[in-house]
Design a protein around this ligand. Sequence first.
Ligand SMILES: C[S@@+](CC[C@H](N)C(=O)[O-])C[C@H]1O[C@@H](n2cnc3c(N)ncnc32)[C@H](O)[C@@H]1O
Length: 147
Amino acid sequence: MGLGLFTEKFITAGTFICEYAGEIITKTQALYRQKLNKIQGNMNYIFCLNEFVDGRANTNFIDPSHFGNIGRYINHSCDPNSEIMPVRVDCPIPKLAIFSCIDISPDEEITFNYGLNSMSITDETIERVPCLCQSAKCKGFIPLDSY
Ligand SMILES: C[S@@+](CC[C@H](N)C(=O)[O-])C[C@H]1O[C@@H](n2cnc3c(N)ncnc32)[C@H](O)[C@@H]1O
């Protein structure tokens, strides 16, 4: 699973933790970069945000690999202590904000569910990544977007 993000301080439920900051890229760039990451054995940090905005399906790809912040070290958990949500302030392009959904103690790892804003997998040809979250609610695989 590699690196993760841990808190030194107590975080109360509902607190803004950090942004999942990165470059906004196109679907073509996302697919290209994802393939390149795989070939080069690099970690895949691209987050695919699926939303319904004004009744329409809307997808944004955020890549913190080259320009980003500590948010990129947050791992997936099937029983997370945080949530990621799109926030818009006078701009159609959202920022991804991570908020605690329960109280988090010092030295605990910060996690969110990668799947809440993604589509479920229907394509069996997509290679699935085993989930190492070790929670009792673990579903066995990291949720992946079907792109
Ligand atoms: C946003 S990064 C998280 C930080 C990453 N672990 C690192 O070392 O930089 C997302 C990547 O971490 C890995 N990852 C995150 N959560 C995981 C989990 N529950 N089980 C296995 N791998 C996980 C996957 O390779 C995923 O593509």
